[in-house]
Design a protein around this ligand. Sequence first.
Ligand code: FE2
Ligand code: FE2
Length: 288
Amino acid sequence: MENNEELNKLTGQVNRSNISSIASVVTRIIAVINDPESTAKQLVDIILTDPPLAANVLKFVNSAHFAPRRRIADIQQAVIFIGFNALKELALNQKVCEIFQKAVNIEGYSRQALWRHSVAVAQFAKMIYRREFAERGENVYAVGLLHDLGIIIEDQFRNPSLVESLQLVNKENLPLWKAEQRTLGYDHSQIGAHVSLDWDLPEEIVHGIAYHHRPDKAPASSQRLAACLFIANHCCQAAEIGYCDSPLENEDLYAQCIDRLSVDSDAIDLIMTDVQTLIKAMIEEGLL
Ligand SMILES: [Fe+2]
Ligand SMILES: [Fe+2]
């Protein structure tokens, strides 16, 4: 109860801040992703109402990553060139990225490193869905980008507690969420879940954020997604891509998740190699 009041207060602060205008665009893009009847025009319209987003999307489409033969001059051309599905992912990526922009560096944590971690987790989780379940994995990609949203919120609105938690992580070798439980009484997965529920994001996304460190506690309908996130988080941390919020995460739980999804270690190794290659290329091209 006490935590709920605190989380409500924090959510109110977030909704009165610069994050809320970003959230309204993110929520609209996720609604397009979740509506099977949605059209490319709806997405183009959302992007066009946000000129900085449109400019960032065009910068990405014209980069070596997509390598167009001629410059793509507008969003309508972009949707034809990269396709509706790729544009959904790219627009979401470029918009969520805005939440992470601000140079903050404390105790081994920075927003840029957390963003790299989030993109790697999103790509990893999406590849598991595509290769192992033959599904598009658009929601799992969105959860990957947003799973550590609570850390950014803490960084912006509860900074002394985050600093204290990060110090505890270094001193006692704890996963960040356990340190937060001690200093704040709740952790970044609870913050992210509370805020994303308030933004009316789909239940699957809220659950994915809520249980990314505790997939064993997820409700049955979200267990596969939470397990997938846990594996992605674990592997990206083991490969030291970006910020690492739980270096000593439970190996038994990892084995349980692998079992739950019935993925073999060769598939995981292949995905890891592909994610590393992709992230390296994005860094080299100045896109991450
Ligand atoms: Fe986390
Ligand atoms: Fe994470």
